[in-house]
Design a protein around this ligand. Structure first.
Ligand code: SAH
Length: 207
């Protein structure tokens, strides 16, 4: 029997995301729409809408729904933006971004994950995503500048290469640190970079 995943998704959006303060209607709509259960291993589908990260194989994890929503909201997307994502992983965050932004460039270093996430997104009919397999810490210079950059694995230090690929007025959300990590929001201004520490988090490290 099929579970009522659409209902689970609405409950997730209300009780885990809206209730914790995410207010952007575009983010809430995307979270209520993207079928997260398709991005987790089949045996974990019953847990897909639970308030936790889940293993996706190859030692990696799909982020907790709230963190995906929080990071997406921090980018301030209104539609039409060019977004760079480092750490495609399951492709779930990619799908949420593709729902709101104009175009998404996503980089994943673990090939099986990159191939699997692409197959799922293709299956959903997503056409505004470009994929690359490799080290994302140098960004995607040929496609820069980006209006938004999102990094979903922790960097030991703020990566200068990624800051440099932000457009003026652009934003980057990134976990920085080793044991203790914090989510930073970086805004590029005409004069330089404003950096704001937002939230204590726990991500797998960048490889
Ligand atoms: N947004 C993903 C998070 C996956 S976890 C999701 O919700 O499913 C972080 C991902 O970053 C992993 O898939 C990992 O393989 C990838 N990663 C780690 N180091 C990387 C690097 N240097 N370049 C690109 N991807 C990297």
């Amino acid at each position: 029997m099929d579970r009522d995943f659409a209902r689970e998704r609405r409950l997730m959006t209300d009780s885990q995301i809206r209730a914790r303060g995410v207010r952007d209607p575009l983010v809430l709509a995307a979270m209520a729409k993207v079928p997260r259960h398709l991005f987790v291993p089949e045996g974990l589908r019953p847990h897909a809408y639970a308030d936790e990260p889940l293993p996706i194989g190859d030692g990696q994890t799909i982020s907790q729904p709230y963190i995906v929503a929080y990071m997406t909201e921090a980018l301030g997307l209104r539609g039409g933006e060019r977004v760079l994502e480092i750490g495609t992983g399951s492709g779930y965050q990619t799908a949420v971004l593709a729902e709101i932004a104009g175009e998404v460039w996503t980089i994943e270093i673990v090939e099986p994950l990159a191939l699997r996430s692409r197959a799922i997104l293709d299956g959903l009919g997503t056409t505004n995503v470009r994929y690359r397999i490799g080290d994302g810490s140098k960004g995607w210079p040929e496609a820069a500048p980006f209006d938004a950059v999102i990094v979903t694995a922790a960097a030991p230090q703020m990566p200068v290469a990624l800051e440099g690929q932000l457009a003026v007025g652009g934003r980057m959300i990134i976990p920085v640190g080793t044991d203790l990590q914090e989510l930073y929001l970086v805004r590029r201004t005409k004069k330089g970079f404003d950096k704001e520490r937002r939230l204590a988090v726990r991500f797998v490290p960048l490889i």
